[in-house]
Ligand binder design. Structure first.
Ligand code: COA
Length: 274
C-alpha cells in the first residue's frame, strides 16, 4: 500500500473510501493531492479486495473547494498546460475506472472539486453541498474536463449558466438539474442530543448504494461504465458496434452463466468476476 499524505484510503467490506484530506484548505487540490489521487486509483484497480470506491472530502464543510489557488497563482502558460493535463489524466482515470466510483459530496464542490465529482460515475450530495464552477472569477476556465463533462450531464445551457455566472447552486437545485443522483437530508438531533454528523449520514447512504451495485456482476458493471462513457464520445453507429461486441463478450463469462442460472433457480447469484 502506498504512503499518502493528502488523501486517505480505507477499505471495508469491499468498498474503498477515498478521502481528500486537507480540511484546513477546504480540501483544495494541489499538485501533490492530484498525483496521490492518481496513485490511489492505480492501487484500487489492482486490489482484489476492492469492488467500488466512494470519493469524498474530510470534514463537514467541503468535498473539494477547487484547485489550489495559491499554487495556480504562480503558474505561467507552460505550467498551466501541465497543470491542466495532470488533472485531466487523473480525472479520466477515475471516469474510466472499471470499478464504480460514487462521489459523496459533503460540502463545497467548486471548480476542480465540481469537476472531480463530474468525473465520478454517480454523485450523492449532502443537503449542505454547494456546486459551482467559479473559474471565470479568477480569470481562468475549468481545466480538468469540466467544460466537456458538465454539458454532457446537465445540457449546454445549464452548464454555460454555471460557468459564465460563476454562481454556486445548492444540493436541491443540483438534483433538479440532474447534476446529482440523490440528496441526503441532514440527520435530525434526537431530543436533548447532538445531531449525528451529516457526513456520516451521507457516507452511509453512499455505502448502501454501492452495496446494491456490488451485488451485481462486476465484469458487467465495469463494461456498462466503459460502454456508456465511451459510447457518449462516439457516433451512434460506432457506439452500437462497441455495445454489441461487449454484449457478446459477456456471454464468455462464468458470471453470465451464474447470473442467468441463479434467476432460473430462483436464488441469489454468486459472482466471481470470471
Ligand atoms: N485554493 C486554495 N485555498 C483555498 C481554496 C482553494 N480553492 N478554497 C479555500 N481555501 C483556503 C482558504 O484560503 C482558507 O485558507 P487560510 O485559512 O489559510 O486563509 C481556508 O481554505 C478556508 O477558506 P475560507 O475562504 O476562509 O472559508 P469560507 O468559509 O470563508 O469560504 C469558500 C468558503 C469555499 C466560499 C471560499 O473558500 C472560496 O471561495 N474558495 C475558492 C473557491 C474557488 O474559486 N474554487 C475554484 C478554484 S479553480
Amino acid at each position: 500500500m502506498a504512503d499518502y499524505s493528502n488523501i486517505t484510503l480505507d477499505v471495508q467490506d469491499r468498498i474503498a473510501t477515498l478521502s481528500v484530506n486537507r480540511p484546513d484548505k477546504l480540501n483544495a487540490l494541489n499538485e501533490q493531492t492530484i498525483r496521490e489521487l492518481g496513485m490511489a486509483m492505480d492501487e484500487i484497480e489492482q486490489r482484489d479486495d476492492i469492488g467500488g470506491v466512494i470519493l469524498t472530502g474530510v470534514g463537514e464543510k467541503a468535498f473539494v473547494a477547487g484547485a489550489d489557488i495559491a499554487e495556480l497563482s504562480k503558474m505561467g502558460p507552460v505550467d498551466g498546460i501541465e497543470v491542466s493535463r495532470l488533472g485531466q489524466r487523473v480525472f479520466r482515470r477515475i471516469e474510466l475506472s472499471k470499478k464504480p466510483v460514487i462521489a459523496a459530496v459533503n460540502g463545497f464542490a467548486l471548480g476542480g472539486g465540481c469537476e472531480l465529482a463530474l468525473a465520478c460515475h454517480l454523485r450523492i450530495a449532502g443537503e449542505n453541498a454547494q456546486f459551482g464552477l467559479p473559474e471565470v472569477k479568477l480569470g481562468i476556465i475549468p481545466g480538468y474536463g469540466g467544460t466537456l463533462r458538465l454539458p454532457r450531464i446537465v445540457g449546454k445551457g445549464r452548464a454555460l449558466e454555471l460557468m459564465l455566472t460563476a454562481q454556486f447552486i445548492k444540493a436541491d437545485e443540483a438534483y433538479r438539474i440532474g447534476l446529482v443522483n440523490k440528496v441526503v437530508p441532514r440527520p435530525q438531533a434526537a431530543e436533548g442530543q447532538e445531531a449525528p454528523s451529516a457526513r456520516d449520514a451521507l457516507l452511509a447512504e453512499a455505502r448502501a448504494m454501492m452495496g446494491v451495485i456490488l451485488a451485481n456482476g462486476p465484469i458487467a458493471v465495469g463494461l456498462a461504465i466503459e460502454c456508456t462513457t465511451r459510447g457518449m464520445e462516439m457516433s451512434v453507429d460506432d457506439g452500437l458496434a462497441m455495445e454489441s461486441n461487449l454484449f457478446g463478450l459477456l456471454a464468455a463469462t462464468n458470471d453470465m452463466r451464474e447470473g442467468m442460472q441463479a434467476f432460473l433457480d430462483k436464488r441469489k447469484a454468486e459472482f466471481t468476476g470470471r
